[in-house]
Design a protein around this ligand. Sequence first.
Ligand SMILES: [Zn+2]
Length: 329
Amino acid sequence: MEHIPETHIRSNLSEEEKENFRKERDYYLMGQGEVINKEMFKTLNKLGREKTQQEIIAIEIANEQSNKLLTKFGLQPFNIPTDNYYILPDEILGFGKNNPAGAFPRYNLCLFRDTEAGLNPVIFGCFAFHETLHLKNYLSFKQQQKNDGLRIYRAGISISTSQKNKGKIPKVYLRGLDEAITTKMNEEYLSILLQHPEFKKEAEWWKSMECNLLKKDYTKDKKIFESEIFWIEPSNKEIFALAHTLERRLLDYICSEIHKKKPDKYPSEKDVFTEFQRAQITGNILTIARDITHTFGKGSFRKIASYPEDWRLKIHFEALKLKRKINKS
Ligand SMILES: [Zn+2]
């Protein structure tokens, strides 16, 4: 039987209710979701298309790679069942049009758009790994208001508040950096995936002269780096590059500044990134909060945590760099 790390619940529910909630999650993890929500699972099973052998291997590798991270930070590894990954037609997906995939930690589910994620098993694998990480990151649930159901309170480093954003969805702090940490790990996964014998054809294309020339061509204006391209579709040469670019630039900048400020504690930028990963997996954000505050000044952690997730991030990022420059000189 698969096992899941303890679900943290912050609420005024009775112990019995909390226990029921934990059990509910365990059912989903074991792929026995129908016990809890028959209708929902019936619909998904009917609408989701059958996965190919390569897609199943991609999920297995996503589980293996993410489990290595759990073990690295002292947590019990666990697998998300292959059946909990659904590849669905566009019209039934509720989440944003531009989202090729989504993770639903409460149900241990990942949903993928067939028209994008299902286009090629490598693309699917990269998305599957990303969403799997969202399911295995630290999670806690909380009852925000009396008579309200349990809602995600912490996921990775991000924190939801009861405060409403644009009057509708709860405001989430640190989500941009959370996505940046998750997205940055893709490169490692891709290299493991392409070593699998079932992906021989894809690996040959990836290493081919034609593919490498295309990568060079796509990156010549230096807007993205080669390492950020995770697939070029051989049939139509469509390029697939990592999302959350600005958030990843911000994370890299923060890691590099912390490393410069504390070279003894963090001999390299990668060591700082490991600390961010630890926070993401274990939920303990105290160290990164302290390091950011020591490096960027009092109140900076709170400020960075509340950066918006849209085009305005660029302005905040520039202001942070400028402030840091002034403080250093
Ligand atoms: Zn994500």
